[in-house]
Design a protein around this ligand. Sequence first.
Ligand code: MG
Length: 288
Amino acid sequence: VRLTTIAGPDGAQLAVVYGAQVLPVASISGSLPTTLQGLLDAGPAVWTELEREVRGLSDAQAEGHAIRNPRFLAPIPRPRKNILCVGRNYADHAAEQGAAAPVDPVLFTKAPTTVVGHEMEVPHPPGVQEFDYEGELALIIGVGGVNIRKENAMQHVFGYTALNDLTARDAQRRHLQWFKGKSYDASCPMGPVVVSAHAMGDLASVRVQTRVNGELRQDQPVSDMLFDIPTIIEVLSHGMTLEPGDVIATGTPSGVGAPSKRFLKPGDVVEVEVSGIGVLRNRISEGR
Ligand code: MG
């Protein structure tokens, strides 16, 4: 199943992507949760129920419920906790940043206030000189747990989305811990859709591509990750409970702007494309 979150009359609204149509879940069933966080909290039996409802739709019903020109929000517009991120998870990205390939995963977080959706504007942080993009595959935890073993890790993944881990390199460097440089408002675009783990299937052929004003800057298969998703989940969940709705950004491939000092400026349009998911597009606007 392919899900998205759109702006509805009463706030964020969970919707199903049916072919080219976007249908609010509330329009196809009166009893299903109406937000993605609500759906995740409800657990696997309810996910199956949603899938059944979607499979039972006719094209005519879908047409009738479709929202014209939906305004996309992030899949979970305000996560309950920080976005969990892996740094330097591709050897050639570590190298282009002048760092050795890590022996253990490099972990950091982004504040929940960084999250924005597809086509939402990202204000260029005032005073920041080195605003950079990082296209990434992100996963969303469906079933929580602690001390999750690698071999069971994939059972905890609800689905996948595209994410742009926008980073103020100068602030990242100046404050030693990465948190500040990674947590400027609107610096975590996510979406436009969440593809369930089942629908996504094997990740072996999945690529992450990033374009700036149409120019391809990043293009690498996620199979190049130094630490794969089961390892990331095992390490993160060691003595730390993962919960439904937790978002994990799996790291960016090589090709960020920093090595060539090609940083983002107002007016730039950044697109992160993840195969099987789609294109996440955001324009950098004048900072406030
Ligand atoms: Mg990153």
